[in-house]
Design a binder for this molecule. Structure first.
Ligand SMILES: [Mn+2]
Length: 424
């Protein structure tokens, strides 16, 4: 039996598929639809995926579990020793020539692979797409196909003068599941995949997905580290703090994950930092919720009036000594610089400003996980500029993590040779 989407165009086909298989050459008798109970005004037999007693619950056909069945990725598929697998034929290749993994990096599929490779950062896709502005689900794979000239497995950063892929062990961990109609099950499956990375002591770099991806990130982190064990730094134009009566299904894209975490006692107000807020459709209720719960907030007006660098210094100082989870809604950037997001806003950060904050935090703090969310290749410009912005921000963050691995933890560090003209 197949599950069916609540789509009128599919309903007729679904009814045929859901009926018991007739004997060869015979049709099934017509159901008496008039005698059936109604669910939202339509006969229950036309919507067998809904429980008439509890119509908000979607009945899952056991066959859907196939979507989440995992292969044995070390044993026989293929038979191999654990460790990252390099799929590239050439030592150096531009993206166009490379096998499409993140930055052309080796692939890992299990915790054992990550441990054997002493992996520091595992980039993993989470193609959730429950956003009315469509296309977030394509980001995870599109980010493996950066349009801009990008040499696989090579990288140099001019703030650090380092070659970060030689210092850090970074892999592509593939994608977690995200079936388009099974949002709640997806979050659990994604959290399990993220946990495999945490179990290996590596940092997941999660490529969303809409901001609902944050639910899976938080599930993995709270399960692995425990409640109230870390601080969330939430970069976003929007608060994503919908009240209970305004959540549009709770977790549709940027629903209310952090408010939910606070309501459930998983996070104290002081363990939530909002950075870059300026969205055009928030409310006084949400502002008051932030003030009353004593969350930390860095509105764009504060950056504008007090000076960007000075305000960043306050943020970085407040976060000193904390373990942090960073969630980056790409709409924290100005809409002109990152157009390929679900809900672009004016008055946002520049790429240079976001580079500065990410660099300082990656140097100073123990980072547990970073998710990069809300990118939609379908909404990007023809050059996919936003994918390039995300790629370069990831590279710069990796360069800072490489410097930290070498012992540099001063958030203001920049390689001295890069701050003067060395020819004089
Ligand atoms: Mn968001």
């Amino acid at each position: 039996m197949l599950n069916c989407l609540s789509n009128l165009a599919l309903a007729a086909a679904c009814l045929l598929l859901l009926a018991p298989a007739p004997a060869l050459g015979q049709d099934n008798p017509a159901p008496d639809l008039d005698s059936q109970p109604k669910v939202d005004g339509l006969p229950a037999g036309l919507q067998p995926w809904r429980d008439p007693e509890n119509p908000q619950v979607q009945i899952l056909d056991p066959g859907w579990n196939k979507y989440y069945l995992r292969k044995d990725m070390v044993g026989d598929n293929p038979k191999r020793e654990p460790g990252p697998i390099d799929l590239q034929r050439y030592y150096v290749a531009p993206t166009k020539h490379a096998f499409p993994t993140y930055f052309g990096l080796p692939v890992a599929m299990t915790t054992e692979d990550l441990e054997a490779g002493e992996v520091d950062v595992a980039i993993v896709g989470a193609p959730s797409s429950f956003n009315p502005a469509d296309g977030n689900g394509w980001a995870a794979n599109y980010m493996r196909l950066i349009h801009n000239y990008d040499f696989a497995q090579t990288g140099h950063d001019m703030w650090f003068n380092n070659e970060y892929f030689d210092i850090l062990n970074v892999v592509d961990y593939g994608n977690a599941n995200a079936h388009p109609s099974l949002m709640v099950q997806n979050f659990a499956d994604q959290a399990l995949v993220f946990k495999e990375i945490l179990d290996a002591g590596a940092i997941p770099f999660v490529i969303g997905g809409d901001h609902g991806t944050q639910v899976a990130s938080l599930m993995a982190l709270y399960d692995h580290y425990g409640p109230k064990s870390f601080t969330t730094v939430h970069f976003d134009a929007h608060t994503d703090l919908a009240p209970p009566d305004g959540r549009l299904g709770m977790f549709t894209h940027g629903g209310a994950a952090l408010r939910f975490a606070h309501e459930r006692g998983l996070a104290d107000g002081d363990q939530i930092f909002h950075v870059g807020l300026r969205g055009a459709y928030e409310s006084v209720e949400r502002m008051n919720w932030m003030f009353e719960t004593r969350t930390n907030y860095y509105f764009m007006p504060r950056f504008e009036r007090n000076g960007f660098d000075e305000t960043v210094d306050e943020l970085v100082a407040e976060l000193k000594g904390r373990k942090i989870y960073i969630s980056i809604d790409m709409d924290v950037l100005d809409g002109s610089l990152a157009p390929g997001v679900s809900n672009p806003e004016i008055g946002g950060m520049t790429t240079l400003q976001l580079m500065r904050i990410l660099r300082m935090l990656a140097l100073q703090n123990e980072i547990l996980l970073i998710d990069w969310v809300e990118y939609s290749p379908l909404l990007d410009d023809r050059r996919r500029s936003t994918s390039n912005v995300i790629s370069r921000l990831m590279r710069h963050t990796l360069a800072a993590l490489a410097a930290r691995k070498q012992g540099i933890t001063d958030p203001n560090y920049v390689h001295p040779a890069m701050l003067k003209d060395n020819s004089r």
